[in-house]
Write a protein that binds this ligand. Structure first.
Ligand code: NAP
Length: 374
């Protein structure tokens, strides 16, 4: 029986655990968190609701704090998973959305890049634990893979592939293209290359720079993008195809995670969308399955073009450059916002500084939330 371990028992980890358990497919699921009572209750709810619906799932839990890499490695080695799904973060993307609206808007202007340490630190520790466990599991990560993976690639610790971001828009793009072409969404396939910066905005604004995105619409054996047109394709994502956002909207992320995890568990080849494959920045169409993850770019697109599109989105997200050694140069404009709002300023971050930066960001954000003058 194939085995999957989910590390991080927050909103997304629990949703994905639930999705995996509510199925008669034969795999074992272990949810790992650090707050015993909470994790046990999550798993009981998942098991009991699955049983109520007649599923014979095998789901249990284990305890580990990622700060304790040796203990986490023991927990991984003890289960010997085929797939590890990372859903741990020091501050999820939606947390700043819980600020009063006016303060949220001011801080949102910094974009996502400056928050990188909050996602990077737990993933880095989890990867150290996977290595220390001697595990050969495929590692799939949810926490800002567009940027976390190229950083960790610098030290040989990138997870194999991410989930979400670019993928979260694919169903709406298929619906929009199908409507324009007068066919069913099931008859339309899309191939999208873009960074988190753009994928995060596609359902919020139609003001997208076309150079930061490549889309092919595969229908009837050809690329129908010239018939569809970028503006008519994207516009409905902000109007009739706009979906619920925030925490409730993480149902879409969980579905995107399942689109990657299920083929990996079933050892079945599938073309899906994912951020951070092969340690690359941004998001791509990829093939996952029994073999190594590989790119499945739009017809005629080179790897270099895909990389350039994603690097331009990365800069917009507030990250000027990620060095070969995993060091990060942040954009001054993004850091200006962080300095003004939080009193936080970091232009260059070697990987070894990430934990201190995460701690500082956390402390400054807590004061900001309380309205304490900085
Ligand atoms: N790619 C996408 O499309 C997409 C979409 C949604 C979310 N995300 C990302 O996915 C990640 C998880 O999101 P979420 O909404 O589920 O966040 P969340 O509800 O805050 O959950 C994060 C979890 O990480 C755990 N954690 C933090 N440090 C830990 C440690 N040292 N050891 C063990 N567990 C630790 C937390 O545990 P405690 O509860 O004990 O603190 C919490 O359960 C975030 O990075 C988020 O930005 C990505």
């Amino acid at each position: 029986m194939r085995k999957i371990m989910i590390i991080g028992a927050g909103d997304l980890g629990v949703r994905v655990c639930h999705e995996l358990a509510h199925s008669d497919r034969r795999w074992e699921v272990r949810l790992v968190g650090r707050a015993e009572d909470e994790v046990r209750r999550h798993v009981n709810l998942i098991r009991f609701s699955a049983l109520q619906r007649g599923y014979k799932s095998r789901v249990d839990h284990a305890l580990a704090d990622l700060d304790d890499v040796d203990r986490t490695a023991e927990v991984i080695a003890g289960f010997a998973p085929d797939v590890v799904f990372l859903a741990a973060s020091l501050q999820s993307w939606w947390v700043i959305g819980t600020l009063p609206a006016e303060r949220f808007q001011r801080l949102y202007a910094a974009n996502f890049g400056p928050w990188l340490p909050m996602h990077l630190v737990p993933v880095h520790k989890a990867m150290l634990a996977v290595r220390a466990a001697g595990s050969g599991a495929i590692v799939v990560n949810a926490a800002y893979p567009d940027a976390v993976h190229p950083v960790l690639a610098g030290v040989g610790l990138a997870p194999h592939v991410g989930i979400g971001n670019v993928a979260n828009n694919v169903p709406a793009l298929r619906c929009s293209a199908a409507e324009i072409l007068g066919t069913a969404p099931a008859e339309v396939d899309v191939r999208v290359v873009t960074h988190h910066y753009v994928s995060h905005r596609l359902s919020r604004t139609s003001d997208i720079d076309p150079s930061q995105l490549r889309i092919a619409i595969l229908a009837g054996g050809r690329d129908a993008m010239p018939d569809v047109g970028l503006t008519p394709l994207l516009k409905p994502l902000t109007t009739e195809y706009r979906r619920t956002g925030g925490l409730a909207g993480q149902a879409m992320t969980a579905a995107s995670a399942m689109s990657v995890l299920v083929p990996l568990l079933e050892r079945r080849e599938a073309v899906v969308h994912a951020p951070g494959p092969l340690g690359l920045p941004g998001g791509y169409p990829v093939v996952v399955g029994p073999g190594p993850v590989r790119l499945a770019l739009p017809p005629g697109m080179t790897d270099e073009e895909a990389l350039a599109v994603n690097r331009s989105g990365q800069v917009e997200d507030g990250i000027r450059e990620i060095g070969d050694d995993g060091s990060v140069l942040f954009e001054e404009s993004a850091m200006d916002v962080m300095r003004r709002e939080l009193g936080y300023h970091c232009v260059k971050m070697p990987l070894s500084d990430a934990e201190d930066r995460a701690r500082e960001l956390g402390a400054r954000f807590a004061r900001y939330r309380e309205g304490v003058p900085r």
